[in-house]
Design a protein around this ligand. Structure first.
Ligand SMILES: [Zn+2]
Length: 243
């Protein structure tokens, strides 16, 4: 099969299209004929070199959709692979699994004609959802889903603040929180992003270049603050998030 892979870390020039053996599914796995694989920022990190070594050559691609060989079922692949046996898995904290691996990061991914994945990690895609639309979901929307529901347990009517609101995971968090019935506040930068984020469903959007968003959120919530902050930035915004 053909695959986009790299033999060494570096810039885009290290990626090559080569013929490699088709993966053989192991027990419990299915072979996916890849129909679309989205480029995620994770792919750039893996290509440039991660703080840990990965086997080379490496095939990237964590966001994968395709058909199951043999049945033809249209599926999206959950790239977060866990063991199902460790203490964390037993507590339904699969992303903390001691043997946690991400398809396309720790192991070969979907920038290829085929990829073998655990059958338990494939979910059906409705016929009216295009391949390239479904392919944008797994990493960003899976991460946001865990933040909004698994960790924060957002309820209808709660106030949710999303920082760094123009990134993929943040956009997913805005849409998911909105669908859950939350009132969504978002912080981004620049008039264009403000309009875009508002169009995606955020109720109140702040331009961090124009306003002290932390003070404005405090004011706009009648000095109550929000129930949940989806922190996509980190140290630079901790203080404002926690005030
Ligand atoms: Zn585990």
């Amino acid at each position: 099969m053909r695959a986009a892979l790299f033999h060494q870390h570096g810039g885009p020039e290290v990626v090559r299209l080569e013929e490699v053996p088709r993966p053989e599914p192991e027990a419990g796995e299915v072979l996916i004929r890849v129909r679309a694989a989205a480029m995620n920022h994770l792919d750039l990190w893996a290509r440039r070199g991660l703080p840990f070594a990965i086997p080379l050559p490496h095939i990237g691609g964590s966001d994968v959709v395709g058909t199951v060989e043999g049945t033809g079922e249209r599926v999206v692949v959950n790239p977060g692979l866990w063991c199902g046996r460790c203490t964390y898995c037993a507590r339904a904290q699969e992303p903390l699994c001691v043997r946690y691996r991400i398809l396309g990061e720790h192991i070969d991914g979907g920038f290829a004609e085929f990829v073998a994945v655990p059958a338990t990690h494939t979910y059906p895609i409705p016929d009216d959802v295009a391949w390239e639309v479904a392919a944008c979901l797994p990493v960003s929307y899976g991460t946001a889903w865990r933040a909004v529901f698994t960790q924060a347990a957002v309820r209808p009517g709660e106030k949710v603040l999303v920082l760094g609101a123009s990134g993929g995971t943040a956009i997913a968090a805005i849409q998911i929180a909105k669908l859950a019935g939350a009132r969504v506040f978002a912080v981004t930068r620049g008039a264009e992003n403000v309009e875009r984020v508002r169009g995606l469903g955020a109720d109140v959007v702040y331009d961090r270049a124009e306003a002290d968003w932390s003070a404005e959120v405090f004011r706009d919530t009648d000095k109550q603050g929000v129930d949940v902050v989806i922190e996509n930035v980190g140290e630079a915004t901790w203080k404002g998030s926690l005030r």
